[in-house]
Design a binder for this molecule. Structure first.
Ligand SMILES: [Zn+2]
Length: 104
């Protein structure tokens, strides 16, 4: 996947572990996610149970999260809205926002 930023820079998404990509969890779903993690840990008595719990967690994470990409050139954020469309968010002022999705 590629996103053409307003500034002209191309944002690439072709591999895992990207420093300019993140996943946003809405606060309204946060407790549900924490409860699902607890349930997955508590029901993992056999390899089969652990595998099923891990699969439920992946499905839940994919269903509840929104993907965010940041332009490395201008800092613009692009977030998917869950309907295969992107919403753009421009950084306010001159604050350095590059790397906010890097996880470091
Ligand atoms: Zn840009």
């Amino acid at each position: 996947m590629k996103i053409q930023c307003e500034c002209g820079h191309m944002i690439h998404d072709g591999t895992d572990g990207l420093g300019h990509k993140g996943h946003l969890i809405p606060d309204r779903r946060w407790d549900e996610l924490a409860d699902a993690i607890d349930a997955a840990i508590e029901t993992g008595e056999t390899p089969r149970h652990r595998e099923a719990a891990a699969m439920r967690m992946r499905v839940l994470l994919n269903e509840m999260s929104r993907t965010v990409w940041q332009c490395d050139a201008c800092g613009m954020l692009y977030m998917d809205n869950g309907h295969r469309q992107l919403r753009a968010f421009r950084p306010a002022g001159d604050e350095d926002v590059l790397g906010i999705l890097s996880g470091r």
